[in-house]
Design a protein around this ligand. Structure first.
Ligand code: NCD
Ligand code: ZN
Ligand code: ZN
Ligand code: ZN
Length: 354
């Protein structure tokens, strides 16, 4: 059966520009997005240099403008040096990204002072997105609550975290959150099969109990986000493997398989991959945009067939349901028969729409 869906939105991807185009760039990353049924991606600022000021932001904007195949927006990174200036870039970005825990790259904040100032100075109009695990999550929830700033919690992975977010939501805190397919479909029990090095990801793969708690609290999860974090196979298999999984080309297949197995409704999926991310990040509608998915087709995950440059996936060999056949973006067929049909630079920065 051919299913027609609106273009999916991924609020958390790493496209590695500027600085690491050997892992991914705006071309390969947005090609992977289209192959996965996404027509808009929100790109993270933990690049080299990190996107914390006008000059670094301009590097990413220029690369994206010339290469992107699908629509996108960029996050500004919260650093120690841009507490006073971040607001100047706020109109050009989809949100302010803060890293409070172990991650990849140099953008990690560990002073309460700096956190407090960033939260109090950032405008109310755009969300603050936070990588905040465990106790850091409690800290950022309080700060955002004190200042009534919209807070979006990235890649929630554990039971204690989703329970805390649920409690905050029930108290009326301005908080939303996302969960990744890898935390929904994998746990620490899969590490031996994937391999210890390749399994490195932040937040780490959690226990079966944590994984079940995410499914049990789906009602409190606003978005599905891939946290597409490509690193090459050579890097993953080295002595010092960087954390991160690619995810753009497996997310929809995994989630549609869950729909097929009745663990999720199609409505719940669409809310978390279209309506909610659009609302949370104030993204404009994409007119004449549609993804055609063959729901009857099953396929086996093979990284060799992917558009991402990283060359591997933790889901290698898995059999999934639902194949993206064609993607139309703003009136043009941009992806068909496993190939990108858009020209480089067709994608637009959604923060500069109209
Ligand atoms: C991300 C990356 O590689 O940029 N890695 C990861 O394990 N998720 C960083 C992040 O999202 O924290
Ligand atoms: Zn993170
Ligand atoms: Zn990430
Ligand atoms: Zn809803």
């Amino acid at each position: 059966m051919l299913l027609r869906l609106p273009g999916l939105i991924d609020p958390h991807v790493h496209l590695r520009e500027p600085g690491s185009p050997h892992k991914e760039d705006f071309g390969s990353g947005t090609a992977a997005a289209l192959a996965g049924g996404f027509t808009a991606v929100l790109a993270m600022p933990n690049t080299q240099p990190p996107l914390t000021d006008q000059a670094s932001l301009a590097l990413a904007q220029r690369a994206a403008q010339s290469k992107a195949y699908c629509d996108y927006a960029l996050y500004l990174g919260a650093g120690v040096e841009n507490v006073d200036s971040a607001i100047e870039q706020s109109h050009q970005v989809c949100g302010l990204k803060m890293y409070l825990d172990q991650t990849y790259g140099s953008l990690r904040l560990d002073s309460l002072n700096v956190l407090y100032d960033h939260v109090s100075k950032w405008p109310h109009t755009k969300p603050i997105a936070a990588h905040a695990e465990g106790i850091s999550l409690a800290a950022i929830l309080l700060l955002a609550g004190l200042h009534s700033k919209p807070l979006h919690i990235c890649h929630v992975s554990r039971k204690d975290e989703i329970i805390l977010i649920r409690a905050a939501k029930e108290k009326g805190y301005p908080v939303t959150c996302e969960v990744t397919p890898h935390h929904l479909f994998l746990s620490e029990e899969d590490i031996p099969h994937i391999g210890a090095n390749r399994s490195e990801v932040r937040p780490r793969l959690a226990t079966k109990k944590d994984q079940q708690a995410l499914w049990d609290n789906l009602e409190f999860i606003d978005c599905f986000a891939t946290d597409h974090a490509p690193h090459t196979l050579e890097e993953k298999d080295s002595d010092n493997p960087p954390p991160g999984f690619p995810g753009l080309e497996t997310a929809l297949g995994l989630l549609l398989t869950a729909v097929k197995e009745k663990r999720l409704s199609l409505e719940d999926l669409m809310a978390r991959m279209v309506t909610h991310p659009r609302r949370i990040f104030h993204l404009p509608e994409q007119p004449e945009t549609e993804v055609q998915v063959d729901t009857g087709a099953s396929w086996e995950v093979r990284a060799a067939n992917f558009h991402s440059r990283c060359g591997w996936t933790p889901f290698e060999g898995m059999k999934l349901r639902g194949k993206v056949r064609q993607v139309t973006l703003r009136g043009n067929v941009v992806y068909k028969d496993s190939e990108v049909r858009a020209s480089a630079g067709y994608g637009m920065d959604l923060m500069f729409a109209n």
